[in-house]
Design a protein around this ligand. Sequence first.
Ligand SMILES: NC(=O)c1ccc[n+]([C@@H]2O[C@H](COP(=O)([O-])OP(=O)(O)OC[C@H]3O[C@@H](n4cnc5c(N)ncnc54)[C@H](OP(=O)(O)O)[C@@H]3O)[C@@H](O)[C@H]2O)c1
Length: 247
Amino acid sequence: MFTELLADRVCLITGSSRGIGLGIAKSLAANGATVVLHGRDKESLQESLASLPEPSRHNFIVADLMTTEGARTLADGFLDLHERLDVLVHSAGVLGPPRTPLADYPEMAWHEVLQVNLTGPFLVTQALLPALREADRPSVIFISSGVGHRGRAGWGGYAVSKFGVEGITQVWADELRQESIRVNAVNPGGTRTEMRAAAYPQEDPLTLPTPEEIAPVFVWLARSDTQITGESLEAQEWIGRDPADER
Ligand SMILES: NC(=O)c1ccc[n+]([C@@H]2O[C@H](COP(=O)([O-])OP(=O)(O)OC[C@H]3O[C@@H](n4cnc5c(N)ncnc54)[C@H](OP(=O)(O)O)[C@@H]3O)[C@@H](O)[C@H]2O)c1
């Protein structure tokens, strides 16, 4: 279904070469938004761009969030395309070594997971604040996880990074409230992607919702007239709901 609900909204979705990020990007674009995709691989981003409605309206940026320079490349690449950022969705993420107790957790994996899942989004948000300040009631959306609310054995740096995501959401939300920049976190819940398959290799992916099915909450948060900030939402409570009808 195509709408103009998000007409004139400019959106950057990190980690949107595939998975949840791409599902969100497709849903935002289907509601009239202009989107900028992001990932590390140019070819898969070209394919992802071609899968969006009206591909010529959108763009992509190649940048590796493993480094500070990569975060800067992403922010600068966005600012070369647009002066204003209405919606920033942080979907890039890595799982790290699946089911590994902290006692055996490799230090390099710890650094990688914390860098991509937490430090990268922090740096990208910071660098894009001037563009968010140019926007009409902008919305920043971090992607959390169930293990970001309650730690679980074997989820190591990933769980810790998602607790960090919940924390940074609350701090940014409090600091930016006066400027009407809204900042929220969303837990997608188990969703049919490569990351989920790596974490649960025995699971039948067809039992899980697709990235586009969990996207309504992201479309709702992207609207300029949505009010909430500093909250942590569950995407699967929104499956089947029409973001145009919600207040
Ligand atoms: N799927 C689930 O069930 C589930 C549940 C809870 C939370 N989440 C969260 O949802 C978000 C999306 O997960 P997903 O399931 O869609 O994962 P996914 O299918 O593995 O996709 C991950 C995305 O992140 C990008 N990425 C990974 N490392 C990167 C790096 N170093 N620099 C830049 N981009 C990088 C990937 O791009 P490349 O093309 O460069 O690899 C890809 O676009 C993550 O934050 C994840 O923690 C997922």
